[in-house]
Design a binder for this molecule. Structure first.
Ligand code: GUN
Ligand code: FE
Length: 450
């Protein structure tokens, strides 16, 4: 299976990307050369197609007639692909269906029945094909997916990502307690064996993890017994090339449940906090992706920073199922790496652009609660959606800048007198998939809006 384009490519036009947390780089009249393997081999400022052919190609050993050229028109720009650091592929059919529920009743009412039903391979194929197509159309070039407990359909999700050309972390969900009998692992040993089987399949499907990689996925502390948590912590140590993903401190009822289920005397944890429980089982590492982190204490945030674990901020989900408003400025101030997650279908939208917009809005609610500095700018939420996310999923330096590109155009009315900065702000607050014309991953065109 090819994971790249197999042709040299030249991209010419305007490129916009995050230089750092609060600054965007604007490269106008620039050219980027992407080789057959999908790697950026040259970034040239003040360069058009002709200049690239005459001065850049000879150095690369390229001849013009072997190169595919993409040029943007006025008002269009290339932007790095979005990274969704937390979503449940299996919950896609439920987007928008959550009523007035909160986390624990939402799981039992809406989520577990749907996830269990995806053990049907035909249903799984339909759902997973559509979720990949939908997220690609919104410019998500890399996604950290939860699948379900079922191994064959989890493996199918990885196979489909590979075929579609979407970068993905694919996690077989581990849960052996406090879930309905129709949807849980029979024992810690069975959960571990199933996880190993899925990891083996995915690693074989994409040797070298060029595009798709497995991820160790304890659903969250309440649904994992202490022996299962310990086994998965040991597995993370045995497989240091793999990330771990889970949920933390999303909802008050959940936090109380964790305290009840894992008293510190039983785990040997340093205190009775949620973060300390994961830490006691070896699950709080610099490869751990923690979704939500809404109600963390000062000490928990400090522990997360010390261990180097990362946070996936999910403002759509946290608002929809009324979990709370995560204090992203506070997390960033502690030096914790943060990215954005749609958390479908706790979140109702498959779009990381929507998550960025809601991150900006939720930060304003935190500001209205008394912390004026909490407000996140357009530049900051775009950083979280790209370079922040890349670091969360362990792909920093490889994606989030210009290994992967989305070409943007579309439904935002532009009058021609806006600055580029104002156009980007209009895109963040008003844009959607109609603005994403083409999406490439490793140089391969994986979506085109007709
Ligand atoms: N906590 C445990 N499972 C889930 C889930 O599927 N979604 C969300 N938002 N939180 C969870
Ligand atoms: Fe989630």
């Amino acid at each position: 299976m090819t994971t790249h384009q197999n042709q040299n490519q030249l991209f010419v036009g305007s490129f916009i990307y995050s230089k750092n947390l609060d600054e965007l780089e604007y490269l106008h009249g620039a050219a980027i050369c992407v080789d057959k393997e999908g790697k950026i081999v040259a970034v040239e400022r003040d360069c058009d197609e002709q200049t690239a052919i005459e001065t850049v190609f000879p150095g690369l050993g390229w001849s013009a007639d072997e190169v595919v050229v993409s040029v943007t028109k006025d008002g269009q720009f290339f932007f790095p692909g979005f990274i969704d650091t937390h979503l449940h592929a299996s919950q896609y059919p439920n987007v928008g269906i959550f009523g007035k529920s909160t986390l624990l009743d939402w799981l039992n009412t809406y989520t577990f029945p749907l996830e269990a039903s995806l053990a049907d391979p035909l249903k799984a194929r339909k759902v997973y094909s559509r979720v990949i197509r939908k997220t690609l159309s919104h410019g998500t070039t890399c996604a950290a997916y939860y699948a379900t407990v079922d191994v064959p359909s989890t493996n199918l999700l990885a196979d489909l990502c590979l075929a579609a050309g979407q970068r993905a972390l694919v996690g077989r969900v581990c849960m052996d307690q406090l879930s309905p009998a129709y949807y849980r692992d029979d024992s810690p040993a069975a959960s571990l064996a199933a996880t190993r089987a899925s990891i083996a399949h995915i690693e074989k499907a994409d040797p070298g993890m060029r595009l798709v990689r497995p991820v160790i996925t304890p659903r969250f502390a309440p649904s994992c017994s202490a022996p299962l948590m310990r086994a998965l912590g040991d597995l993370a140590k045995e497989m240091p090339h793999l990330s771990v993903q889970t949920h933390i401190s999303e909802n008050a009822g959940e936090i109380a449940l964790v305290r009840e289920l894992f008293p510190m005397e039983s785990t040997g944890a340093a205190d009775d906090s949620y973060a300390a429980v994961y830490d006691a089982f070896g699950l709080l590492t610099d490869r751990t992706i923690l979704a939500h982190a809404v109600h963390l204490s000062e000490a928990e945030a400090d522990l997360i920073k010390t261990r180097g674990a990362k946070v996936s901020h999910c403002p759509c989900s946290n608002s929809a199922i009324t979990s709370g408003a995560a204090r992203v400025r506070w997390l960033l101030g502690k030096g914790i790496v943060c990215g954005l997650g749609t958390d479908m279908s706790g979140g109702y939208s498959p779009s990381v652009l929507e998550a960025a917009r809601l991150a900006a809005l939720v930060s304003r609610h935190v500001a209205m609660g008394g912390d004026e500095k909490a407000k996140l700018s357009v530049e900051e939420v775009l950083y979280l959606a790209t370079k922040g996310g890349a670091e969360v999923v362990g792909l920093e330096g490889r994606v989030g800048g210009f290994e992967e590109d989305g070409e943007e155009d579309g439904n935002v009315d532009v009058f021609g007198w806006e600055s580029w900065g104002d156009m980007v702000a209009k895109w963040v607050y008003n844009g959607d998939d109609r603005n994403t014309k083409k999406v490439w991953v490793k140089g391969r065109l994986v979506h085109e809006r007709k």
